[in-house]
Design a protein around this ligand. Structure first.
Ligand SMILES: [Zn+2]
Ligand SMILES: [Zn+2]
Length: 231
């Protein structure tokens, strides 16, 4: 796992072989946005300690959606450190293991990529302590709130921190190269609508489930990519 500073003393990216999580700091109070794969709890804990922070202060884990490369270590970390697990109401039953992971409608070029993604070990059934809705306040980041961004999955969310100009886009947007619509969508047309909504927030910094964060000309790059994506 690579630990990448995005904003000093505020925001780090934790990059796994497939997928990534983000650590947000409000002083000593910590929030994880997504939680890597099921085998990554020790690495995440090590990353927190390497920054001089305490995993005991991990207050919440916000899951952008129900996929295995995002839910992975959430249950183990929450059980060990007492963090709350938060996820959208529509993905919560999948995360808890009460419903199967929804099958995406794959485009031809996505098929081999999807098979590669399935090499990530499945996430175990994971508790969700708080079910989220569009607009809900998340209690960190000076006003972070939920932006429902369905299409990748029904309960996919973005997390917007307007005070800091930061957006976590989950897998609605990918940036392996220039920003683009994320892959493996259950409903591509809805995903495009969500892409446009997230781009419309005009963040200064955008972080993704896959690919590098955007920190320069972010709003323009997202707006251009969203406008150029056909439904
Ligand atoms: Zn995903
Ligand atoms: Zn992902």
């Amino acid at each position: 796992m690579d630990l990448v500073e995005v904003l000093p003393n505020r925001l780090h990216m934790l990059r796994f072989p497939i997928g990534q999580a983000h650590l947000w700091q409000d002083g000593a109070d910590l929030t994880l946005v997504d939680a890597g794969n099921v085998a990554s709890a020790a690495e995440i804990e090590g990353a927190i300690r390497s920054l001089g922070l305490l995993p005991e202060r991990l207050e919440r884990i916000v899951l952008t959606h129900c996929h295995r490369d995002h839910v992975g270590a959430a249950g183990e970390l929450a059980g060990r450190w007492g963090a709350q697990v938060l996820a959208h109401r529509l993905d919560a039953p999948v995360i808890r293991g009460e419903r199967p992971v929804p099958e995406p409608v794959l485009l031809d070029w996505e098929v081999p990529l999807y098979a590669h993604g399935l090499t990530v070990p499945e996430a175990p059934p994971t508790r969700v302590d708080r079910e989220l809705e569009d607009g809900d306040a998340l209690g960190f980041g000076d006003g972070a709130y939920v932006v429902h961004a369905p299409g990748h999955t029904d309960g996919s969310i973005g997390v917007h921190l307007p005070h800091h100009g930061v957006l976590f886009a989950g897998d609605c947007i990918a940036a392996v190269g220039p920003p683009m619509l994320g892959v493996f969508n259950v409903d591509k047309a809805r995903a495009v609508g969500s892409f446009r909504r997230l781009a419309g927030l005009a963040p200064r910094v955008a972080c993704f489930g896959h690919g590098d964060p955007l920190t320069v000309d972010t709003a323009a790059a997202l707006a251009g990519a969203a406008a150029g994506t056909a439904v």
